[in-house]
Write a protein that binds this ligand. Structure first.
Ligand code: ADP
Ligand code: MG
Length: 335
């Protein structure tokens, strides 16, 4: 009764986000830049700070994690940490999760300044590289300044190329990371990435090249969309009792996975931004004045005008909302 022999997917793990493949494809240039920046750490010295930027699904997180792992396993003189600032967006949570990963004992009673001192001690003992992914979500950018002074090398990552532009001058002058651009992949590059995963995840002969080509074409340079489309299409074909992944399944699941970028962006909104988004969703176009008025009516503690503008900038940066016109004539609509 419980006989179940998956016909298409041999192992689902290589199709999931957390999987780190043996090789990172088509990122040689970026890899070389980061290797040069990290090399001093091999001699126990401080590495050069870097800044990875580029759209979603271009391998920023993967390359960072992959290279930091490599570096750490290569030399006992280096320790590396990876933190996602979206999940740890205050100075305190960010620092405690860094120290936790470094195996340093902390208590919740310690002030942020004490945690910083502990990090400083760590950086003195061993060359320390800290990767702050989705760094634009960090509430308190001052932390970048204090971390930089504590002696750790920073690897910052953001989808937003301007994430570090608005920083205080003082922070900017002490932190000049090497910029490393991650452009969207070409269709043929996505195809190669899919081929690599096919060999790990599928029963041989169940995914034709033509299917991978279709997925690659639809994904528009985003490897995350590509992998998720392939995974869900395979599950759908299996469920339908087919013995191969079909183009029909791909097209069907893409109706959902095609919006993955948008749903990822929506997850990153705070309560206020969500409310603002919902108001705009109900209208075709809305003026900034009307929007602010409606917003103050529906949320409990509405933000001031200035913070409201920051929220709107964030919605625009995430590619969820489009702004037209200037200043008071400004209008918003969904993208
Ligand atoms: N060059 C590559 N080779 C193999 N897999 C890749 C490559 N680039 C991205 N991926 C895969 O695509 C997905 C999205 O990549 P990720 O690094 O999370 O993108 P980003 O951080 O730029 O949004 C992950 O599952 C990752 O493993
Ligand atoms: Mg990422």
């Amino acid at each position: 009764m419980w006989d179940y022999e998956p016909k298409i997917i041999k192992d689902e793990k290589p199709l999931l986000e957390a999987f780190v493949p043996e090789h990172v494809l088509h990122r040689e240039g970026q890899k070389q830049l980061l290797v040069s920046a990290l090399k001093p750490a091999l001699a126990g010295r401080r590495a050069v700070d870097s800044f990875f930027y580029g759209p979603c699904g271009t391998g920023k997180t993967l390359l960072a994690r992959w290279l930091l792992n490599e570096l750490e396993s290569h030399s006992s003189k280096v320790q590396t940490v990876y933190v996602n600032c979206w999940k740890n967006n205050t100075a305190y949570t960010c620092l405690s999760s860094i120290l936790k990963e470094l195996g340093v004992f902390t208590t919740y009673r310690q002030a942020t300044s004490e945690l910083l001192k502990q990090l400083e001690v760590e950086a003195r003992e061993k060359a320390t590289v800290v990767c702050l992914d989705e760094v634009d979500s960090l509430e308190d950018k001052e932390l970048l300044y204090s971390m930089s002074r504590s002696g750790v090398a920073l690897l910052l990552i953001s989808n937003d190329p301007y994430a570090l532009v608005d920083l205080d001058l003082r922070i900017k002058s002490s932190l000049r990371p090497e910029p490393v651009e991650f452009p969207a992949y070409k269709t043929v590059e996505i195809f190669d990435i899919l081929m690599q995963r096919r060999s790990y995840a599928f029963v041989p002969g169940t995914v034709d090249d033509i299917v991978l080509k279709l997925v690659a074409r639809l994904s528009d340079g985003d490897a995350r969309v590509a992998l998720e489309t392939l995974r869900r299409a395979a599950l759908l074909s299996e469920e339908r009792g087919e013995d191969k992944v079909t183009s029909t399944s791909v097209k069907e699941v893409f109706k959902t996975t095609g919006n993955l970028r948008k749903s990822e962006a929506l997850k990153r909104l705070n309560e206020h931004e969500k409310a603002l988004y919902q108001i705009i969703e109900g209208k075709k176009k809305i003026s900034t004045k009307r929007l602010f008025e409606e917003y103050t009516k529906i949320v409990e503690n509405p933000a001031t005008d200035r913070t409201y503008r920051n929220y709107m900038n964030h919605l625009v940066k995430l590619g969820l909302v489009k702004a037209t016109g200037e200043l008071t004539g400004r209008k918003y609509e969904l993208v």
